[in-house]
Write a protein that binds this ligand. Structure first.
Ligand code: HEM
Length: 490
């Protein structure tokens, strides 16, 4: 009985002391500059021993962080358990950190819950030379000329989704378009990665994959206490269960494709897709383990599916809520493409209004609201502050894009903001600096082609006069809310 009472008390005391020790450790470094010279980094109140600010971030972290930004300004510090977390907001601040001080900010913050899944040999979780090597291979696969050569992949997928909407328009039914739009995004990345795709049929295996990816992205965006309070880790290991199960499902799918291809591939021939290029590097150079190939392909399937899919869904929501914008867009598209000319990336310059709508959607509904956390491997002097070594760093994309200080009526969907290229403000949906999104060109092209194809052929409408919700659901990718629409053939 005595032990039952004393044991939890002891654990709490040890956790507290440990968290204090770690937080001091984070601040120490080889840099001997006296902290006296620096301004104190603002920090919200409500710090709880052991947990820091974590408990306040349970629901909608992006909204809570926006509240703190409005209170504390463009540089502030919060605590994730024992880990100092620096939140940077507004374009000039993020640019100064991630471009002008690039080497100090380039590293990824590695969480144990991630490395337990993939041993840290994937692109998104690795650092140093290994990461550079992977990034170079992937960027070579996504150059504009390579994307141009494979443009027909995207055009075919866009036709597949368009046929689905033709059938919806014919039936006159009210439909939830989410699965078909997300299937398009997943199919595009599966084609580039493996040369495969799922058919656009009702309720296939693809639905299971899409649901798995959606769940995974929602949970992986959340801070897991065990990652930030080391002594808690053994107790929270393997939790949340769904997160580990979902990753295992996707790993099984990708491993099978990669291993089969490795057994059958002729390494003397040109690579057919991204997987081939990674396998050639694995086999011929030997610096990427097979497990690294698989884990990096998983990154691409995950990051390539949910981000672009949600961006497209938010565009549909915004244009249903703003029918006059949809009509102006339709006029531009008909004038540019007539009724049946195929849409190509190279048409972007002919459709400034569509490009402005896409930018406004990136701004208003940023697909990665807090980007992917970075890490400081040294103390950094920044704008009069000393940012401590060991900190996690957020590019606060969400607040940057919705800041009242930076944007006129930021919650309104106004593509006109981006019609004047010279005067329009920069946005950062894909992050900034050398760690920024590797799939940016692909994402921009696939969003452009599907948006141009669909809004030229169909009119999308709300089922009632009530506006569709525009509230994103937090995850590593901001998810669109559930909604239904009516579709009319133009
Ligand atoms: C609207 C679409 C997309 C948005 C808004 C987006 C946004 C982002 C952001 C903000 C980051 C973190 C950047 C940083 O750490 O500084 C990122 C990283 C990443 N993205 Fe995307 N992304 C999108 C689409 C894609 C696509 C289509 C792919 C796959 C081809 C992809 C693959 C990745 C990967 C692998 C990383 C990790 C890069 C690294 O750690 O070096 N993303 N993305």
């Amino acid at each position: 009985m005595f032990l039952l009472i004393i044991y939890p008390i002891l654990v709490i005391i040890i956790l507290f002391l440990w968290s204090q020790f770690f937080s001091k450790n984070g601040r120490s470094s080889g840099n001997k500059i006296s902290p006296m010279h620096y301004k104190t980094i603002p920090s919200p109140k409500g710090l709880v021993p052991i947990f820091g600010h974590l408990l306040q971030l349970k629901k909608n972290p992006h909204e809570k962080i926006k509240e703190w930004y409005e209170e504390h300004g463009n540089i502030f510090k919060i605590k994730f358990g024992s880990v100092d977390t620096i939140v940077l907001t507004e374009y000039p601040v993020i640019k100064e950190a991630f471009i002008e001080n690039g080497p100090a900010f380039v590293q990824r913050f590695v969480r144990r819950s991630r490395t337990d899944l993939n041993k840290g040999v994937n692109l998104a979780n690795s650092n140093g030379e290994y990461w550079k090597n992977l990034k170079t291979i992937l960027l070579t696969e996504m150059t504009n000329s390579k994307l141009k050569r494979l443009e027909h992949y995207i055009q075919q997928e866009a036709e597949g989704v368009s046929d689905y909407f033709a059938s919806v328009a014919k039936s006159g039914e009210i439909q939830d378009p989410a699965n078909y739009i997300k299937l398009y995004s997943m199919n595009v990345i599966l084609k580039f990665l493996f040369g495969i795709h799922y058919p656009y049929t009702v309720e296939g295996h693809s639905d299971h994959m899409l649901a798995t990816i959606r769940r995974y992205f929602r949970s992986t965006g959340q801070p897991f206490p065990g990652d930030f309070i080391p002594l808690l880790y053994p107790f929270t290991k393997d939790k949340p269960k769904e997160y580990f199960q979902d990753y295992a499902t996707i790993r099984e799918f990708v491993s099978e494709i990669a291993k089969t291809r490795l057994d059958t591939m002729d390494m003397t021939l040109e690579p057919n897709n991204i997987l081939d290029s990674l396998l050639i590097q694995h086999k011929k150079v030997g610096d990427i383990p097979l497990y690294g190939v698989i884990a990096t392909c998983i990154d691409l399937v995950l990051a390539g599916s949910d981000t672009t899919g949600n961006s497209l869904l938010f565009i549909i929501i915004a244009l249903c809520n703003n029918p006059e914008i949809q009509e102006t867009l339709y006029e531009e598209l008909v004038a540019t493409f007539g009724v049946d000319q195929q849409v190509s990336y190279s048409d972007k310059s002919k459709t400034p209004y569509l490009c402005a709508i896409i930018k406004e959607a990136y701004r208003r509904f940023p697909a990665a609201p807090l980007s992917v956390p970075h890490y400081l491997d040294r103390d950094v002097e920044f704008r009069g502050y000393l940012l401590p070594k060991g900190s996690q760093v957020f590019q606060n994309v969400y607040s940057t894009h919705l800041s009242e200080k930076e944007w006129d009526r930021p919650m309104e969907f106004k593509p006109e903001r981006f019609l004047e290229q010279q005067t329009s403000k920069p946005i950062i949906p894909f992050g900034l600096g050398s760690r920024s999104c590797v799939g940016m060109n692909l994402a921009e092209n696939e969003i452009y082609i599907l948006a141009a194809t669909l809004f030229r052929k169909y009119k999308f409408m709300r089922p009632t006069s009530e506006k569709l919700s525009e509230d994103g659901i937090f995850g590593l990718a901001l998810q669109s809310p559930d909604f239904k629409i009516k579709v009319e053939q133009r």
